[in-house]
Design a protein around this ligand. Structure first.
Ligand code: NI
Length: 504
């Protein structure tokens, strides 16, 4: 499974940047899956979502003894058909999984709880073209089968019709005969154990994810099990400009140009509404190279050696309700800790700056919220590192706290956390708010579980959880509690990188 790597060329003009045909039959498997370096020619170029006007995020989560579910995807103002398509795609993955997992069968043993995860990235967002890549990961079933990753890149053409149109990856190619030609080119380049006949038999079915790498080559990637046995993992083939250019549709050329834009600038015809990033007055996306914001100047926190302190923590965001949560906390001079998911953090840099400026603490909740123990060490490292960088890029400071998704660290996690200077923080009070839409019930649980020195978990991606916060603050304030960050709560106690605090 040799992979040919080419020297990285600057993006100075497409014609200059692209030469010849490349051939990568990248069959990435086992521990290398999704952990390839950024210069991997089979990696689809990712656009920074923080600079896209009108982009917000949707975050779905559920977890209990039977299920580990986390799904995120973007919404873009002015691209409503795309928003509907993304919601439909994710719902089509999430709903059957949740229904199956909610069945009345025996509770799975620890370590076998089924997991579904949907991760997104932007393959393009410039002019009137958007590309969104979704990767859905499923843990294997009890028999060891059924796991793997599904990959889709969904395109949006803002110039089509009055309201724009959703395009599939296959629509980047100019009709059935060009798609057959693409299938033949790719089939000739895949390496075993991929089966070339699976490409040519059903080109429209298997070409679910087409995008472009940083050099302008066409990347064709396939879902696990679609063109090779599932255990082979990701199969991706790269075609150079000369090979793919004659096959592109007119939309495919616009998609390519948008994907490679040096300064992506989305200009959809429908004027985008302001992003729900209400905490920040700065426009989304700090210009590259500008100085990080100054350290916050806020009142000192309570001294928890003498005061009755509790640390409220909010996981999985930021999201559309985080801005008003920051307002609620500011009204009562309460501090909190936000364990952010990197995908959401990168999409909301202004919210991160708002948290930092108001003296809240930002912790790391990994990039995509996967069960870390099921991932190879390289991937665990990148899950943590990407979130460190998203927070540092927005605020100038990297987190020192890690909350592993589902509270499940162990294995290599402690070692990797230690290597990145992170202490693991769990919780000993829980709003149990993921499946509850009643703010009063959530507030009752939080108040009953809060105790001096305690760490309480909530989720700021849930509107009901944010709605519960004023009552939580008022009632606990009435009991004499002070609301501090986790680091302030644990100040003076040993907070050793790699160690775990706050367990039940
Ligand atoms: Ni979480």
């Amino acid at each position: 499974m040799a992979r040919t790597r080419r020297r990285r060329r600057p993006l100075a003009g497409l014609a200059a940047a692209i030469t010849g045909v490349t051939l990568t039959a990248g069959c990435v498997s086992g521990d290398d899956r999704e952990a390839a370096p950024l210069t991997d020619p089979t990696a689809i170029r990712q656009i920074d979502p923080g600079g896209v006007p009108g982009l917000s995020t949707v975050t779905l989560g559920e977890h209990d003894a039977r299920i580990r579910l986390f799904a995120g995807y973007p919404r873009i103002a002015g691209a409503e058909p795309l928003n509907g398509a993304l919601a439909g795609q994710v719902d089509g993955d999430v709903r059957p999984f949740a229904e199956r997992a909610a069945g009345t069968g025996p509770r799975p043993p620890d370590g076998a709880v089924p997991e579904l995860n949907v991760e997104w990235s932007l393959a393009a967002a410039s002019g009137d073209v958007v590309g969104v890549r979704l990767v859905t990961a499923r843990s294997p079933g009890p028999s060891g089968s059924g796991g793997g990753e599904t990959r889709r890149t969904i395109w949006y053409d803002g110039a089509a019709g009055a309201s724009g149109a959703v395009r599939s990856s296959a629509d980047l190619v100019n009709g059935p005969s060009a798609l057959s030609r693409l299938a033949s080119l790719v089939a000739a380049r895949v390496a075993a154990p991929a089966v070339p006949a699976k490409l040519t038999a059903d080109p429209r079915g298997v070409f679910s994810s087409l995008g472009f790498n940083g050099q302008g080559d066409l990347v064709t990637e396939f879902s696990d099990g679609s063109v090779a046995p599932a255990p082979a993992g990701r199969v991706a083939v790269v075609l150079g400009h000369a090979a793919y250019e004659p096959l592109l549709s007119p939309f495919g050329r616009r998609a390519r140009d948008a994907a490679l834009a040096v300064r992506p600038e989305l200009t959809l015809r429908t004027a985008p509404s302001p992003p729900p990033d209400r905490a920040g007055t700065a426009p989304p996306g700090r210009p590259t190279g500008s100085a990080p914001p100054p350290s916050p100047r806020t009142a000192p926190q309570a001294d928890c050696r003498v005061a009755k302190c509790v640390a409220l923590t909010f996981d999985d965001g930021p999201g559309p309700d985080t801005g008003r949560l920051l307002d609620m906390l500011a009204e009562r001079d309460a501090r909190a800790t936000f364990f952010v998911v990197g995908a959401n953090a990168a999409a909301h840099p202004a919210l991160l700056r708002g948290m930092h400026a108001k003296g809240h603490e930002i912790g790391n909740h990994t990039h995509a919220h996967r069960v870390l123990a099921r991932l190879p060490a390289l991937r665990i490292n990148s899950e943590i590192q990407r979130t460190q960088e998203a927070v540092r890029s927005a605020t100038g400071r990297a987190p020192t706290l890690l909350r592993p998704p589902y509270g499940e660290g162990g294995g290599a996690v402690a070692r990797i956390a230690r290597s990145q200077g992170l202490a693991q923080i769990l919780w000993n009070g829980d709003g149990d708010d993921l499946a509850d839409t009643d703010p009063r019930a959530i507030a009752d649980r939080v108040v009953s579980q809060a105790r001096p020195g305690g760490i309480v978990r909530l989720h700021d991606v849930r509107a009901a959880s944010v709605d519960a916060v004023p009552a939580v603050l008022d009632r606990l304030d009435g009991d004499g509690f002070r609301f501090v960050t986790v680091s302030a709560l644990l100040a003076g106690r040993s907070l050793v990188p790699g160690s775990t605090s706050g367990g039940r």
